[in-house]
Design a binder for this molecule. Structure first.
Ligand SMILES: Nc1ncnc2c1ncn2[C@@H]1O[C@H](COP(=O)(O)OP(=O)(O)OP(=O)(O)O)[C@@H](O)[C@H]1O
Ligand SMILES: [Mg+2]
Length: 325
């Protein structure tokens, strides 16, 4: 088996937020000690409720957010420490597609300029003509027309804008792309088209994806494996179909039970787990297991210490229910 392209070890990203006149500075534990690996050409789906730390994880991987602790290895090198030529190469190899196709494109640049810009910055190709040719090629790959090159982002629909963003991402031939909810802002009718495009591109170019989404049903089809996050922690990791069919962690079970099922018979048989209580704040997370305050199976033990991540078959679960010691 080949080595992972990306390995995250005990990653923590904490933010200090300024206090008010009478309040102290506070620490937001956005990501609080997560570990996982992604293999070459693999799609790893990362799911969880709003605010659980998905984007922060993705942003740490592309070096927008500085880790507070832990390590991130890309092709075996710890990227938290790279500089100079290594850093420049990393900036080419690892790209990010953002959630909002409206905010992520510069409204004053033409589509051609937007897609060409990364090549200009990284000095790819010797002549402008070569870059222009590549822009046309990229437009074709993402299913846009060559004459779109001189138009501005506002002249396009949301789905088309996301295609422009994808073309820009591909301009540098990346090996790894963080897709941060790339389809959530799009109409349901065009979500599938963009997913298919991302899958075709992966097939053709052999890219690995970290694919971030709110709910499991959205990432199930595109992901090989899925990681489930809750309040800065990774609670379960497993093969996509396995996790979907037989969720082990009580949080994954709750997350899945809220997904509507089209078949009324199965829907009737399925017990809906409603999570009680509010999502705790990452400023003051619960002691022990962070999910215990909303967990139907919580015991006293869960308040005392953080559950270890244990292997159940080829699944990883951080829950005392599966800990045999
Ligand atoms: N720069 C920052 N400064 C302070 N707090 C931050 C910063 N960035 C993120 N946070 C906080 O960290 C937590 C995790 O945020 P993050 O954006 O990673 O969540 P998310 O899982 O991507 O949520 P969503 O699904 O809504 O996009 C949130 O509580 C957020 O408010
Ligand atoms: Mg996010």
């Amino acid at each position: 088996m080949s080595d992972p392209i990306l390995t995250i070890e005990n990653l923590k990203v904490h933010f200090q937020i300024a206090g008010g006149l009478f309040t102290k500075k506070q620490i937001v534990k956005a990501v609080d000690g997560i570990s996982f690996s992604i293999m070459p050409k693999e799609t790893f789906g990362l799911v969880g409720e709003s605010g659980c730390g998905k984007s922060t994880t993705g942003r740490a991987i592309v070096k927008i957010n500085q880790p507070t602790d832990g390590k991130i290895f890309f092709e075996g090198r710890d990227i938290t420490k790279i500089k100079g030529a290594e850093l420049r190469q990393f900036r080419k190899d690892v790209q990010m597609i953002f959630q909002d196709p409206y905010a992520s494109l510069n409204p004053r640049m033409t589509v051609g300029e937007i897609i060409r810009e990364p090549m200009d910055i990284h000095n790819i190709f010797k002549t402008k003509q070569e870059r222009e040719n590549r822009v046309r090629e990229l437009l074709e790959i993402v299913g846009l027309k060559p004459d779109h090159i001189r138009r501005y982002p506002h002249e396009f629909s949301g789905g088309q804008r996301q295609r422009i963003g994808i073309a820009r991402t591909l301009a540098l031939n990346p090996k790894f792309v963080v897709c941060d909810e790339p389809i959530s802002a799009l109409d349901v009718s065009i979500q599938a088209q963009v997913i298919n495009l991302l899958e075709d591109i992966q097939e053709e170019m052999g890219i690995s994806y970290l694919f971030i989404a709110h709910d499991l049903s959205m990432v199930k089809h595109i992901s090989d494996r899925i990681g489930v996050m809750y309040l800065g922690n990774l609670v379960e990791v497993g093969e996509s179909d396995d996790v979907y069919r037989r969720p082990l962690h009580p949080y994954t079970q709750a997350l899945l039970s809220s997904v509507p099922i089209p078949d009324p018979k199965t829907a009737r048989e399925k017990k809906r787990i409603v999570l009680e209580g509010e999502l705790p704040s990452p400023i003051d997370p619960p002691s022990g297991c962070v999910f215990r305050t909303r967990c139907p199976s919580a015991t006293e033990k869960c308040a005392q210490s953080k559950p270890p991540t244990v292997k159940v078959g080829n699944r990883l679960v951080a829950c005392f229910l599966y800990d045999e010691n």
